[in-house]
Design a protein around this ligand. Structure first.
Ligand code: UT7
Length: 334
């Protein structure tokens, strides 16, 4: 084992300007601010509504923000992994276009698909590459235009989702900071409860798929809810136990932002008080793989060097995971 750790040394982010409020949604489907706030916890979400732009655009903006904030030379970035389940195209990947746009001419680039767990899976991959000693500086992005597959006549799914992107700089350090541990799991039997039926190679776009609304998310919410609470709670408990983490030494938990009740149930199962639970769901909704880096971007000024942070997420597959990292730097006040 090397002494190298993968440390997050900067965070960038971007959300599109358009704010879709619960009031506006209530004019589109039979719902209300009160129902959405009580059952989901989303007050408003961002929507990328400019024609011809997709999640790659959001990823580019987040990476520009990251480069501006950190001041690093793009030539020194050795690789970029973009976690997304709403890529611009089947191929090439979003990552290739982000790297091109950011002028990272020495970087490898690929997308990683693990739905709402994508950022955590991509961070785990980047951390392993850095710990191996082969790479010193990577960028991990979570970028989603989830609203591209939301049916705005389906009240059971349309309040949940939003668009956005977050990006982190990951570097090698010999300090005992950064990515410490993770447990990632998959349960493919969950396919039927949450998937996008068409647009892939099984059901390419056709009149049939369009007529049958197969390009929209299929979600059996109650079942997904139960699996999410159980798996995030159990996995995080296992991770905490083997790293001797508890309410005394955990500074923050950053859960995937799918439903406030899921977040509260997971925090409760770990005995964590609400003030340690980072929440942006009210502002951005569920931006899938972008949720966790968006929380880091939005709440960056709260973190201190050495803070113990637990991440946990759950998404389509099912995929789920929990990770433990020590934050790498003190707040940058401007
Ligand atoms: O990030 C990927 C992972 N995804 C998740 O973690 C999502 C997990 N699931 C959930 O967040 C929740 O299950 C939903 C938010 C999707 C749904 O909430 P729920 O409390 O499970 O509602 P439900 O589906 O059990 O529906 C309860 C009632 C139904 O009415 P009846 O049949 O009891 O009369 C629905 O028709 O609520 C109704 N309903 C709504 N009412 C007002 C469903 N959506 C709405 C709505 N406004 N938007």
């Amino acid at each position: 084992m090397s002494n190298l750790h993968a440390i997050i040394t900067g965070v960038g982010g971007y959300v599109p300007d358009y704010v879709l409020t619960n009031e506006e949604l209530s004019q589109m489907v039979d719902t209300s601010d009160e129902w959405i706030m009580t059952r989901i916890g989303v007050k408003e979400r961002r929507v990328l509504n400019k024609e011809g732009l997709g999640s790659g655009y959001l990823g580019k903006k987040a990476v520009h923000n990251l480069l501006d904030k950190t001041g690093i030379d793009p030539d020194t970035v050795e690789g970029l992994i973009c976690a997304t389940c709403s890529p611009d195209y089947q191929f090439p990947s979003n990552a290739t276009q982000i790297v091109e746009d950011a002028k990272m001419k020495n970087a490898f680039a690929y997308d990683l698909g693990a739905a709402c767990c994508g950022f955590m899976y991509a961070m785990d991959t980047a951390a392993s590459l850095i710990e191996s000693g082969r790479y010193k500086r990577l960028v991990v992005v979570g970028a989603e235009k989830t609203t591209s597959f939301v049916d705005y006549t389906d009240r059971s799914t349309c309040p949940i989702f939003g668009d956005g992107a977050g990006a982190v700089l990951v570097e090698a350090t010999e300090e005992d900071l950064g990515w410490q541990d993770s447990i990632l799991r998959t349960d493919g039997s969950g396919f039927k409860y949450l998937h996008l039926p068409a647009g892939g190679s099984v059901n390419p776009a056709s009149h049939y798929t369009v007529d049958h609304k197969m390009h929209y998310i299929h979600q059996e919410g109650r079942t997904v809810f139960k699996y999410a609470v159980n798996n995030m709670s159990h996995l995080t408990a296992e991770l905490c136990e083997r790293n001797h983490l508890n309410n005394d030494n955990i500074d923050w938990i950053i859960p995937h932002q799918a439903n406030i009740r899921i977040i509260q149930a997971v925090a409760h199962s770990l005995d964590l008080p609400p003030e340690k639970v980072m929440i942006t769901i009210h502002k951005y909704g569920n931006a899938s793989a972008a949720c966790i880096p968006l929380v880091m971007w939005d709440m960056e000024d709260k973190f201190k060097k050495g803070d113990n942070i637990v991440l946990t997420a759950f998404g389509a597959g099912f995929v789920f995971g929990s990770a433990y990292l020590k934050w790498g730097y003190d707040p940058v006040r401007k």
